[in-house]
Design a protein around this ligand. Sequence first.
Ligand code: HEM
Length: 366
Amino acid sequence: MSSSFTFFLLLLLLLAFSSASSADNYAHNINNGGEDKKYSSSSPDEGGDGDVFRLEAPNLDETTLDNLLSFGHYRKTCAQFESIVHRKVNEWLNKDRTLGASLMRLHFHDCVVRGCDASILLNHETSERRANASKTLRGFEVIDDIKTELEKQCPTTVSCADILTTATRDATVALGGPYWDVPYGRKDGRISIADETEKVPVGYEDITSLLELFQSKGLNVLDLVILSGAHTIGRASCGSIQDRIFNYKGTGKPDPSIDPKYLDFLQRKCRWASEYVHLDATTPTKFDPIYYLNLHKNLALLSTDQLLYSDSRTSPLVSAFFRSTSSLFNHQFAVSMAKLGNVGVLTGDHDEGEIRTNCNSVNGAY
Ligand code: HEM
């Protein structure tokens, strides 16, 4: 075992076991409405120092009284919140399991633009949801259904941003992934601008751009590698990879890094942009770290995923994960998802957030 590999494994173990809570306290949490712990939202690092590959835990020193979320936020006002989300997510996934991955992606797209404020759910002509980058997003009906039930039981109490974050966590668990505690109290944003979805990565970026994007959200290189592991499940539309397999960077040829047999399969499968193909070529419906082994074998569907293995800033982490156990991946995934869910949240009274009564429109829109 090389010394750099040992170093990364140690680092991962430290990070993983320092903060995540595990799946086995799920029932306890549902029944008790969560403990009344306080949790700080991670403040975005504007990245002025250009140090895009720092490895560190969220900086609790950056906490202010304004940006506190709390695990017991709905305990007195809507104690049934978590159990309603849990039940609804499982009902929807029992009908259509593919919605689980779609909810995870929806949450990511929400948090990348204006923070996790449910701006992606607003549905008006110039909103994020109507942008090109959102064309294949799914799962809106799941959130609407949960919101309708919550408005019956606890009117104007639970934000759409908290619903989306919690539904994503429950979908991850339902797909065989880890549980993590979600602190609550996010407000819903009142602004959603289609052009701002330009920051959402589409699969053709280089690693430097991805690291810069993540750093601007307070997420580090480990979060990038681990959260890309969400591609262990779900699918992409062929439109997202056609350039890669037929005309990579305008060369008229495919990306030379793709395994030849896999390329042949993809070229036959993806004649039409509207077809779908699994993101994980070998275990597409299992939430597992085999995704990282695929990168090692040149079996990544997205160019951005494959680059994680060839870029020297990310490849040691990829190697550590494909040699690791599922439980290490699960633990770190939970830690990074918890961080993602706290990106840029609106919590104060003065920060223009609200509790929407309908997730598709701001209050007073009609
Ligand atoms: C790091 C940069 C990322 C890039 C470049 C990227 C890119 C993509 C692309 C191109 C697709 C296929 C979209 C389509 O054609 O329909 C996709 C799907 C997906 N992404 Fe990502 N993604 C990234 C990060 C993330 C993160 C952080 C998460 C979640 C934490 C995530 C979760 C998913 C899931 C679950 C799907 C499958 C969706 C479905 O089956 O409906 N992605 N991603």
